[in-house]
Design a protein around this ligand. Structure first.
Ligand SMILES: Cc1ncc(COP(=O)(O)O)c(C=O)c1O
Length: 446
């Protein structure tokens, strides 16, 4: 196998042959600085030549363990066989026609698959887009047409994207919103359930949020409530049990569209098809992207057929939405998920990660919380004995992991959450080795 062939055949090992970044990556970084806008940041500046299974190989020949999956995208593994096979077949046949001009089966096949795997067994339809933000925008468009109302309810710590409307829906200012306003109107923020910080039951936290939506926005104005069933960028917060179902019941009783943003949590990541499945919550609309297509850009809104069909013909779409190559990749990713029971694999990975993280918590009093579901786990770092965020420690540990050849990511409103999103194709021994590195990184930054 040569250095540019990725996929599961790559040697599954952590191998450092240079410092991180090595000379080839440093040279490439110089070119990046000359030609790429500075606003496009990079977490770990090694330039990639191949990836697969649980590793990423860089231009210097270093092999790093991947605990990020390109931010929850390559859940089926990088260059997964069914994805590359179907993509190759599709690019040889045709690369684009625009579904709005002349349609093709791949698009319809993806929509049919979404009907099957998303929560609920009611009549559903889907529309395909390019990015998560675009899916969220379209879920709002559909909700507004369906209800004849304008207002959008969102939550503290939410992240929904970087377009104008989704920036308004996103909570955190820096780096996502700062200087980019004015933002779209009619977006209202309610408090989330954040067990570490509010100590409320799911029901009590839901009552608090509903009070804001009811009294400060007014149900007669409210088109939809958009919620991440497990926060992504906002810190992997899992709302207390009962929060989501109470919110869903209230939305249903008030004729408010409940939109589950499963862009980060979807497609087997949490140990089920979707995070909503863990509590039996059935949203009216679901937005998906990231893990849907093994690394190719594809996103979707899936939901109740009568809501989806409320939009006039031609009202939904876009030049590239549901591109045939991206659809082929999605069908390949779904094939991988089913063939290898990746939801089951995510549960096993989750148990392994929890064991490592609970052990670490017992040893390190800076770890205030261990949370998440399946292969979507995180630890929140706070000054010992408090809930005061310790972002500096999170950054130091993150950097030490990178230097030792493990790709890790932080997140959270205060940047003090360390999150773990390994590809579901990662072998157990490599996962254990990565957590050995995380443990050493805590020791070396104490
Ligand atoms: C929950 C959630 N919604 C929306 C988005 C935006 O997706 P995209 O970056 O594809 O526009 C993200 C991306 O991180 C996300 O995690």
């Amino acid at each position: 196998m040569n250095a540019t062939t990725g996929g599961p055949g790559l040697p599954q090992e952590r191998r450092l042959v240079t410092e991180i970044p090595g000379p080839a990556s440093v040279a490439a970084l110089e070119r990046k600085r000359a030609h790429v806008a500075d606003g496009v940041g990079t977490v770990l500046p090694v330039f990639v030549t191949a990836a697969g299974g649980g590793v990423i190989v860089d231009a210097d020949g270093n092999s790093l363990i991947d605990l990020g999956s390109g931010i929850a995208v390559t859940s089926v593994g990088n260059a997964a066989p069914a994805v590359t096979r179907r993509v190759h077949e599709q690019v040889d046949a045709f690369t684009h026609t625009c579904f709005m001009v002349t349609p093709y089966d791949g698009y319809v096949d993806v929509c049919a698959a979404l009907t099957e795997v998303t929560p609920g067994d009611h009549a559903k339809k889907s529309a395909l887009f390019n990015s998560g933000a675009e899916a969220v925008e379209n879920a709002v468009k559909i909700s507004r047409v369906a209800t004849g109302r304008d207002a959008v309810g969102v939550f503290d710590h939410a992240y929904h994207g970087r377009t104008n409307l989704t920036m308004a829906m996103t909570a955190k200012n820096m780096p996502y919103k700062h200087g980019f306003g004015p933002f779209a109107g009619e977006v209202y923020r309610a408090p989330l359930s954040y067990p570490l910080r509010d100590g409320l039951t799911g029901e009590a936290a839901a009552a608090r949020a509903i009070d804001v939506l009811d009294k400060q926005v007014g149900v007669d104005n409210l088109a939809c409530v958009v919620i991440e069933p497990i926060l992504g960028e906002g810190g992997f917060v899992v709302p207390a049990r009962g929060f989501l179902s109470a919110l869903a019941d209230w939305c249903s009783a008030q004729g408010v569209v409940l939109v589950a943003d499963e862009i980060q949590s979807g497609f087997c990541r949490t140990g089920d098809w979707f995070a909503c499945d863990h509590e039996g919550v059935v949203p009216d609309l679901v937005t998906t992207a990231k893990g849907i297509a093994g690394g190719l850009p594809l996103a979707a809104v899936t939901g109740r057929a009568e809501l989806m069909d409320s939009v006039h013909p031609g009202g939904l779409g876009g030049t590239y939405g549901g591109n045939p190559v991206a659809c082929a990749a999605a069908l390949g990713a779904l094939e991988e998920m089913r063939a290898h029971d990746l939801a089951g694999r995510a549960r096993v990975i989750g148990e392994r990660m929890s064991a490592h993280l609970e052990k670490l918590r017992a040893e390190r009093d800076v770890i205030a919380d261990v949370r998440g579901r399946g292969a979507m786990m995180a630890i929140e770092l706070c000054r010992p004995g408090t809930t005061e965020p310790d972002a500096a420690r999170a950054a130091a540990v993150n950097n030490a992991c990178h230097q030792a050849g493990v790709v890790t990511l932080t997140c959270g409103t205060w940047g003090n959450v360390f999150r773990f999103l390994p590809p579901l194709s990662i072998p157990d021994d490599l996962l254990d080795e990565a957590f050995g590195v995380v443990e050493k990184a805590f020791a070396s930054t104490a």
